[in-house]
Structure formats: structure tokens, C-alpha cells
Ligand binder design. Structure first.
Ligand SMILES: Cc1ncc(COP(=O)(O)O)c(C=O)c1O
Length: 292
């Protein structure tokens, strides 16, 4: 088994799924898989809390949207896909887990163009997680800004992540947790693997969900939580200079939940600690996802 650990006294391990088979050992796919050769596929990462998958329907809906952007016909209906993921996850027995789901166009002798009748390859794993305490998020995170030179289909969650990988590695090498993407015109879009929000004068803003960002599931729920908490919200483009005059800045993602930034490009955000509104949203979101 790839990974084992003690979780509440029980030995937990990664469990795998490949094309109808559930396996304890890591499965192998064809070296001619188009995911391997071209990054030709889509994916999702779904978090479970207390033994239940969070926002599964949203993830499945986005998976189908992503597939249609890349002209990939999935071999299941959305309901069948949800059932497949749930059945697999339930077998893994991991109460706190990250379920990774990847569907590539299939395997064929390498050629840029593809046949529409190809058999997609469906791969999943369920990885046990340690549920992080609130204090982990409250500690604050650091980011650097990087140029956003990605393509104009960022709304599709594809496995072509090289630009994001390089950006995140640059952040890691700089001792930071995340890379914030800034376009040529100074527009801030999102992060390497998360969405970005700023708060200025009590107004919460994030980039509109267009083709320049991945419309995060966490982003959607954070906006709902903000509305419930009476926080003024705007889908609005903002610029690099706004990062340094913002009162509060945070990222959101399935695994990062709400993670406040306390430093960007070596400059302190706000007073150097997670701000009041961020903490309110963080606490509210943290409780909501765990109250299943
Ligand atoms: C580029 C990018 N933006 C945003 C997100 C956040 O999306 P979600 O909240 O659905 O995890 C991700 C997650 O992987 C991402 O890769």
C-alpha cells in the first residue's frame, strides 16, 4: 500500500479505482494514455468530512462542464458518476479524505488528433487526511505574485497544470504557500490551486467566474457564507496594487478551505494577522462543512 497511518487507532490507506476495479495497490495505466502523453483529461478533488463527501453534486456538475469544454464525452450520466464516486469513497472507509478523480480521453498511438469513440480512462483514489484544527488556518499564510500567462480556458479543470505547477514551485522556493496570478494588465485572477478574495473597507471581492479562473466550489460556498453573515460582496476585477492596500486577503480551495494571507511579496497584509471578517467567514465555513 502506498500510504498508511493511524487515524483514531485505525490503519488507513490509500484506496484506488481504475475502470471498474477497486484496488489496494496503485494501478498501472497504458503509457499511450493521452493523459500521460498530452495532459488530455479532466479532474476533480472532493473533500469528505466525517464520512460524507462535501458538495459532491457541485463537483460532478463541474466535471461534466470541464469535459464538455475539452470535447470529451464522459461514459456515465451525472447521477451514475455521483454513485460511482460515493460507492468507491464508502469502500475506502476514510472519514476525512481527499478523493481525486481523473478522466482522460483514453489510450491510443500518439497523435494530436483523437477519435471520438475512444474509451475514457477513469481513475480515482481516496487519500486519508488529518482534519486540521482551526488554529492551523488562523496561523496565516504567505504568497508571492507571479505572471498569469495561462490559456483562456481556465474555467475547465483539466490535468494540464504545468503553468500552475511552476508558479507553485516558485512560491515554495520563495518560502511561501501559494502563488497569486497577475495578468499583463495587472488584473489579479486567482492562485496556483485556489481562488483569491480581498476585503477593502468592509467589501469582499473576488474575480468574476469567467474564463480566467476556475470557478471554485469553495468559492461558491464562501460567497454564500458571506451573504449569510451580512458581508457585502462583489464579483469584481481588482489589480495587483489592490493586494497591498487591502485590509484582508485570503484564498479558498477544497483542501485549503479559507486560508488567510498575512504576507504577499514580503509585504505585510493588513496588520499582519488574519482580519476580523476573514476570521468570521473562516469560522462559519469551518463549522458548516463539518456539520454533516
Ligand atoms: C486553479 C484553481 N483555482 C481554484 C481552485 C479551487 O477550487 P475548489 O474550491 O473547487 O477546490 C483550484 C482547486 O484545485 C484550482 O486548481
Amino acid at each position: 500500500m502506498m500510504l498508511e497511518k493511524i487515524h483514531g487507532g485505525v490503519v488507513m490507506a490509500l484506496l484506488y479505482y481504475l475502470d471498474g476495479e477497486i484496488l489496494e495497490e496503485e494501478p498501472k495505466v497504458s503509457a499511450q494514455d493521452r493523459g500521460y502523453n498530452f495532459g488530455d483529461g479532466v479532474y476533480e478533488v472532493i473533500r469528505s468530512y466525517r464520512g460524507k463527501l462535501f458538495a459532491l453534486e457541485d463537483h460532478v456538475e463541474r466535471l461534466f462542464r470541464s469535459a464538455s469544454y475539452i470535447d470529451l464525452k464522459l461514459p456515465y450520466s451525472p447521477d451514475e458518476m455521483s454513485k460511482l464516486i460515493t460507492d468507491f469513497y464508502n469502500k475506502s472507509g476514510n472519514p476525512e479524505a481527499a478523493v481525486y478523480l481523473q478522466i482522460t480521453r483514453g489510450a491510443a498511438v500518439r497523435n494530436h488528433t483523437y477519435e471520438r469513440g475512444m474509451k475514457p480512462v477513469v481513475f480515482m483514489y481516496s487519500k486519508p487526511l488529518d482534519d486540521k484544527p482551526l488554529s492551523y488556518y488562523e496561523g496565516g499564510f504567505k504568497a508571492i505574485t507571479v505572471h498569469d500567462g495561462r490559456w483562456d480556458m481556465c474555467q475547465a479543470k483539466t490535468i494540464c497544470l504545468l503553468y500552475n505547477i511552476l508558479a507553485k514551485q516558485k512560491a515554495k522556493d520563495a518560502g511561501c504557500d501559494e502563488a497569486i496570478f497577475v495578468r499583463d494588465n495587472g488584473e489579479v485572477t486567482e492562485c496556483g490551486s485556489s481562488n483569491l478574495f480581498i476585503i477593502k473597507d468592509g467589501i469582499l471581492k473576488t474575480h468574476p467566474a469567467d474564463n480566467r479562473i476556475l470557478s471554485g466550489i469553495t468559492r461558491k460556498y464562501v460567497i454564500e457564507v458571506a451573504r449569510k453573515n451580512g458581508v457585502h460582496f462583489r464579483n469584481e476585477i481588482f489589480y495587483k496594487e489592490d493586494l497591498f492596500t487591502a485590509d484582508e486577503v485570503f484564498m479558498t480551495g477544497t483542501l485549503s478551505e479559507i486560508s488567510p494571507f498575512v504576507e504577499i511579496d514580503g509585504k505585510t497584509v493588513g496588520n499582519g494577522k488574519p482580519g476580523e471578517i476573514t476570521l468570521k467567514l473562516l469560522h462559519s465555513f469551518y463549522e458548516m462543512v463539518r456539520s454533516v
